[in-house]
Design a protein around this ligand. Sequence first.
Ligand code: LIP
Length: 283
Amino acid sequence: MTAGGTDLEALRQLAVELATAAGDVVAEHHGRAAPVGVKSSRTDLVTAADRAAESLIASRLARARPHDGIVGEEGASRAGSTGITWFIDPIDGTTNFVYGHPGYSVSVAAAAGGRPLAGAVVDPLHGEVFSAARGGGAVCNGERLAVSSTEDLGSALVATGFGYNEADRIHQGSVVAGLLGRVRDIRRMGSAALDLCSVACGRVDAYYEYRLCPWDHAAGSLIASEAGAVTRSPLLEPPGRSGAGAVGFVLAAAPGVAPALSDLLAELGAWPGGAPAGGAHDF
Ligand code: LIP
């Protein structure tokens, strides 16, 4: 598969290599990861492992693809000239990581024109390597992935997450309260990247979250889409740039429940300001 002359399979393999190497670094810190700072709020933590993992990925990218752009959660940033930008979340699920709780991952994706081309999500604790290239399907440890066949929203297991801002959390709590009686159950696992991979392999039937950053969902949204999910996500842009693309609403769902869930979330006001432009789409 190619896009604009770029070998997407080569990008997928590089994403797997980078995320796996960073996952090895993160795993060394499991159970002894004291926060070294906070970011958007007092509960938005960062550890030395976050920074070490991002530094490793950025330095290897500089050697492998020196003219691509980089956007990293912990500050890695480089303008590129190829039209390809890498979105890096060195530890997605940092709170779980700090508490020694399972449910954290390394997420690495290559994107162009605001849409992912290839990506990998590694769960170092469980030894799971999820990856996809656009048009090439999604795999976990080499096994092809497919979303669930659920067609009844009332039987759907739905994952979600909550932001670090108090006002957001209060609103997000009201939305999930409205959902609870209308679905099988809710799962809040703490890593958007793993939630999206859980949709891809049918461990949950759907996932939604509002106010994610691009590095949270860049790889996982593609993996879910390539596994057959209906997906909706904002354009991948560095936060802080004008426009709605930087931070927004993400949904990935089995086709049998996507329309009903999307309508119910709209009814519950899940995304203030209305549904993201473009509606449900694949990449
Ligand atoms: C996390 C997301 C998760 C969200 C958390 C947090 P981080 O990313 O993956 O879905 O609910 O609030 O944003 O901060 O661990 O990289």
